[in-house]
Design a protein. Structure first.
Length: 473
């Protein structure tokens, strides 16, 4: 194994961009920082191109791997980051005492995401995870002038610190049992020696610690308050980016490093899956604020993804990748529409969305497509994603989880349809039209088209993710 620093060029590009924005902030006059958002979008595109031109291999003496799985997740992260930058450009006016550091923090978070996707060691993974966590703590509480934002930031920090303690405690037991922190060596030790009580304890604490990152039970309490109180671009980053980052880690640890002792973690993961689906979807039903409702729906989504992890199969791993892609487009598209509406009316409540279809048909149809995809309604991408996850569970005999998944999909349709009913069937609170600029119009058309195409013609992406998933086993 060699250093091979060249394989880290995509990460260095994003890191260099983050420091460049910090330096430029010192010299650019006060005012709008939308140019920084454009810079971030361009940087994400350049990084994606560089990433696709690189080959596979390892770096940092085996601590970093560039393989099909990491490339897929990095591309997904870069798409999410670019869309979050655009969301920030739209939302910028609502952040008092604007500072350009907001954009650079998003780039630092992206660097953490990318290192997470390539981590092959518990130490490297934990350092990358904390880089993501610290930037998200700051971003969640960035608009400290607002009490809800400060409350959200504190809750996120406290819960995050507690979850990190659980995670480190679990990793220490795994290291003590196997004598290594490298995923490959842990896998070899576990496969040859089998599991024991200490490994089981390490597994339980590690999995519970990781539930914080994906807003699953038991570390889920922070999600509704943080989603509601944080700046909306940060909410989108948490919903789409942080969830994907958490599950690439879970895939690496449970399916790669500890796949041979599936029987020891299956019950824990299954309980987390079922409880998250039930709590998230039932908790979303009475919500009046769309951001809080999406937070509870996100808890439910984590439950579905844990169901695919419990399946521990090529179909299950591929379903996770497909689900996260459809989820990212549905979430970011919906948030772009909601931010545009918020710029006009200053509210995210379901009641305030009444009659939106008469004021802006494009914003209405974007929310319609995005929310129905999140609910898993055919013929949208979210339906195919949930279908594959439930199929993976059935294939492995996880009938209880499959039944809960089907029932909770029906519940999700109910609460998302409440929003859609308000948008299309209730009389508008205001009658003035909401004008959408041409670039946003094209972007929303594109996101809506992708969400529909992923449901009608999923073949190319499903073939790709299943091929990638096959490399994990």
């Amino acid at each position: 194994m060699e250093m091979n620093v060249g394989r880290l060029i995509p990460e260095f590009i994003m890191l260099g961009g983050a420091f460049a924005l910090l330096i430029l902030e010192l010299f650019v006059p006060k005012g709008s920082r939308k140019w920084a958002g454009v810079f971030g979008i361009c940087l994400s595109v350049v990084t994606a191109v560089v990433l696709l031109t690189q080959g596979y291999g390892t770096a940092l003496f085996g601590l970093f791997v560039q393989d099909a799985v990491s490339v897929y997740f990095k591309l997904l992260f870069l798409i999410v980051i670019a869309l979050v930058f655009y969301l920030t450009i739209l939302y910028e006016r609502h952040i008092e005492n604007w500072r350009g550091e907001f954009y650079s923090l998003i780039l630092f978070c992206a660097v953490g995401f990318m290192f997470l996707a390539s981590s092959t060691d518990f130490i490297g993974f934990y350092v990358s995870l904390e880089l993501v966590a610290i930037t998200l703590y700051i971003l969640a509480a960035f608009t400290r002038e607002k009490s809800k934002t400060v409350e959200a930031g504190i809750k996120y920090l406290v819960m995050g610190a507690l979850a990190s303690g659980f995670l480190l405690y679990g990793i220490s037991f795994i290291y003590g049992t196997t004598g290594s922190t490298a995923f490959s060596e842990v896998a070899a030790q576990v496969a040859s020696n089998g599991g024991n009580g200490y490994l089981a304890i390490g597994l339980i604490f590690t999995v519970i610690g990781l539930t914080f990152k994906v807003s699953a039970l038991p570390f889920h309490i922070w999600a509704p308050d943080v989603y509601e109180g944080a700046p909306t671009p940060v909410t989108a980053l948490l919903a789409a980016g942080s969830k994907a980052a958490g599950f690439i880690v879970i895939i690496r640890i449970l399916l790669t490093a500890l796949g041979s002792v599936r029987s020891e973690w299956l019950v824990v993961v299954s309980v987390i899956s079922g409880a998250s689906m039930l709590f998230g979807n039932l908790g979303a039903m009475p919500q009046k604020d769309t951001k809080r409702m999406i937070a509870y729906a996100g808890i439910g989504s984590a439950g579905y993804l844990f169901m695919a992890v419990a399946a521990a199969s090529t179909l299950g791993a591929g379903a996770i990748m497909y689900y996260l892609a459809t989820y990212a487009f549905a979430i970011t598209g919906s948030f772009i529409a909601l931010v545009y509406f918020f710029n006009s009316d200053g509210s995210y409540t379901i009641e305030s969305l009444a009659g939106l279809s008469r004021r802006s048909p494009l914003l209405a149809i974007t929310i319609f497509i995005g929310f129905l995809s999140l609910a898993g309604v055919p013929p949208l991408g979210g339906f195919i994603a949930k279908f594959y996850i439930i199929a993976a569970a059935v294939q492995q005999g996880l009938w209880a989880l499959a039944v809960i998944g089907v029932l909770m999909a029906v519940v999700a349709m109910y609460y998302f349809l409440i929003v859609i009913r308000s948008v299309y069937l209730r009389p508008p609170v205001k009658t003035d039209k909401i004008k959408v600029d041409n670039f946003t119009r094209v972007l929303l058309y594109g996101i809506n088209a992708v969400t529909v195409i992923l449901g009608i013609y999923p073949g190319p992406l499903t073939d790709w993710v299943m091929q990638i998933a096959g490399t994990l086993f």
